[in-house]
Design a protein around this ligand. Structure first.
Ligand SMILES: Cc1cc2nc3c(=O)[nH]c(=O)nc-3n(C[C@H](O)[C@H](O)[C@H](O)COP(=O)(O)OP(=O)(O)OC[C@H]3O[C@@H](n4cnc5c(N)ncnc54)[C@H](O)[C@@H]3O)c2cc1C
Length: 407
């Protein structure tokens, strides 16, 4: 069950969209995934969440391979790529092919907080973005609260900062914050004087408490936790952008994140597809291979088409962004919801193809793990985080009907 199947992407998808630069990044990330991630993917995807479960070695390797530099220009210690979001999208696709948990560590470390930090002053960038990129500090993006997820308004976001003795005094409670159990700082959405704003907050500061890692259905190696702020003194220069720009900064980062989560859906769908095709060619029932059965041939033909379409949407959204469109709608929303929905549909089929083995986390007889069982667990959350799929459809509906019809 643990051998990697042939990759069928190249046979089924002719890439007429991506620039050479993104293809080169894909090749680099694929080498890393094949050599260093796939051999330990079973462990990453089944580990029980614990502070010590964070994959430090792979995190450091991603830094050494300059993967954290992909989104940024050379003045911000980045690679200075012409097509940074396209390159980050194929990075997510490749990482998710082996481990969506690892891919989300990447996204929630270097992309979401990293893009927000571009609104910081030069000293703030030097203090936070530089170590984020070289991997010496772990970053988080703290938006969600126990009572505010999709609906982010100054009335609903209860984390608030007030001015006090030349500092902001921060109080509040964030939930599901990826990387927080090992995090050094968090770009944090909060209310300041009645406006949503973004502060970068040192998670080692007095008054910050990070809870125990959540035990989740999937994405096991992605560690999330609650974070409490109690009278935390935050220096005024830690404000990113202007007061009142917090939601815009969050949405700007999420414009990246949504394309990347769509890309992660494509990566998971492709992995489940490849696993299914390989298994169908080996497994026999009623005297013939599953691959000989028209039911499964047609189902896989449908899924191959959907994966192709999802991939095109992600690349198109990324390319529009790379060409200067800050919020490339409706493609960003379409890419996120469709890419993750296809992952869910393909994963469900893949479990069915594998029969009982598709339901096995670890086989008692030999300790082996089943990749499609992992994808089935991992893919669900991609329909939820970084803006649920209903919120994405709302964005598409806004294009159809106009803002006046949405409340
Ligand atoms: C593993 C994991 C990692 C995460 N990482 C982070 C992180 O690093 N940082 C962070 O800030 N957050 C993070 N989150 C939180 C995540 O972004 C939120 O869970 C998500 O935005 C949804 O918010 P919610 O859970 O409060 O659901 P709610 O907003 O309460 O939504 C509940 C349901 O109602 C639906 N709904 C809401 N409004 C509408 C509407 N207008 N029309 C139709 N349906 C609607 C939603 O689609 C959903 O199905 C993470 C969550 C998980 C599970």
């Amino acid at each position: 069950m643990n051998d990697s199947p042939d990759r069928l992407q190249e046979r089924l998808y002719h890439d007429w969209l991506l620039p050479d630069e993104a293809r080169e990044v894909r090749a680099q990330v694929r080498r890393f995934v094949d050599d260093e991630v796939l051999p330990v993917a079973g462990e990453l995807n089944t580990v029980v969440e614990h502070r010590n479960a964070f994959p430090w070695q792979l995190f450091k390797r991603m830094a050494e391979l300059d993967l954290f530099r992909i989104p940024f220009d050379s003045a911000s210690w980045g690679r200075g790529l012409r097509y940074p979001l396209s390159c980050a999208t194929v990075t997510m696709e490749e990482l998710s092919y082996a481990s969506d948990g690892l891919a989300t560590i990447y996204d929630d470390h270097c992309v979401l907080p990293g893009i927000a930090l571009l609104h910081g002053t030069q000293p703030v960038r030097t203090a936070y973005l530089k170590p984020l990129i070289d991997g010496s500090k772990v970053a988080c993006m703290a938006i969600t609260e126990p009572d505010a997820g999709s609906d982010l308004r100054v009335d609903t976001v209860l984390t608030r900062a007030t001015s006090s003795d030349g500092f902001f005094k921060l109080n509040g409670h964030k939930r599901f914050i990826t990387n927080a159990p090992v995090g050094d700082f968090a770009t944090t959405l909060c209310g300041i004087e009645g406006q949503l704003s973004m502060l970068v907050v040192d998670l080692h500061a007095e008054g910050v408490t990070v809870g125990a890692p959540d035990i989740k259905t999937g994405n096991k190696v992605q560690l999330t936790a609650d974070v409490w702020f109690e009278d935390v003194a935050v220096p005024p220069e830690s404000l990113l952008g202007e007061p009142g720009e917090g939601l815009r900064i969050a949405l700007q980062a999420l414009a990246w994140g949504r394309v990347l989560v769509g890309g992660s859906g494509v990566g998971m769908a492709q992995a489940a597809f490849d696993e299914s095709v390989s298994y169908m060619q080996k497994r026999a029932a009623f005297g013939r291979k599953l691959a000989d059965m028209q039911h499964w041939q047609f189902r896989l033909a449908e899924r191959a088409t959907q994966i192709c379409l999802a991939r095109e949407l992600c690349y198109k959204a990324a390319l529009r962004h790379d060409e200067g469109e800050e919020f490339p709608e409706p493609e960003t929303a379409m890419a996120k919801y469709y890419g993750t929905e296809v992952a869910g549909d393909m994963a469900r089929d893949a479990v069915q193809v594998f029969g009982g083995l598709g339901f096995i986390t670890r086989l008692g007889a030999d300790g082996s793990t089943c990749r499609v069982e992992q994808i089935y667990r991992d893919c669900k959350v991609a329909e939820i985080y970084e803006g649920t799929n209903e919120i994405q459809k709302r964005a598409v509906a806004r294009r159809i009907f106009g803002r006046g019809f949405l409340h």
